[in-house]
Design a protein. Structure first.
Length: 97
């Protein structure tokens, strides 16, 4: 079993307030969650109106599947055109359970 974790730093060019950023971010989070069946939440930069960091985690059966899903999630977030990805980190941990 592979446990995958992604950290994505987002920049919201269109945002002019915290309320607007939260609206855009909520849309991204809901779409990613439903499309890919992953856990996703804002983990940092909650008080900044043009920046946010989200954490995404999921279980995969192989390294290949974990990498493929990570790549697909990144491309999907970029395709939404609600924010730009300023930093992207991907980690995997193998478990014998």
């Amino acid at each position: 079993m592979i446990i995958a974790a992604i950290t994505v730093a987002l920049h919201f060019d269109q945002s002019r307030s915290l309320k607007q950023k939260r609206h855009l971010l909520k849309s991204i989070i809901e779409k990613v969650k439903h499309r890919f069946n992953v856990s996703i939440a804002e983990v940092a930069d909650q008080d900044l109106w043009q920046k946010s960091t989200v954490g995404i985690s999921y279980i995969a059966i192989s390294d290949f599947q974990a990498n493929k899903k990570s790549f697909t999630i990144k491309n999907f977030i970029e395709s939404l055109d609600k924010a730009t990805i300023s930093q992207y980190n991907f980690e995997v941990m193998k478990s014998d359970v």
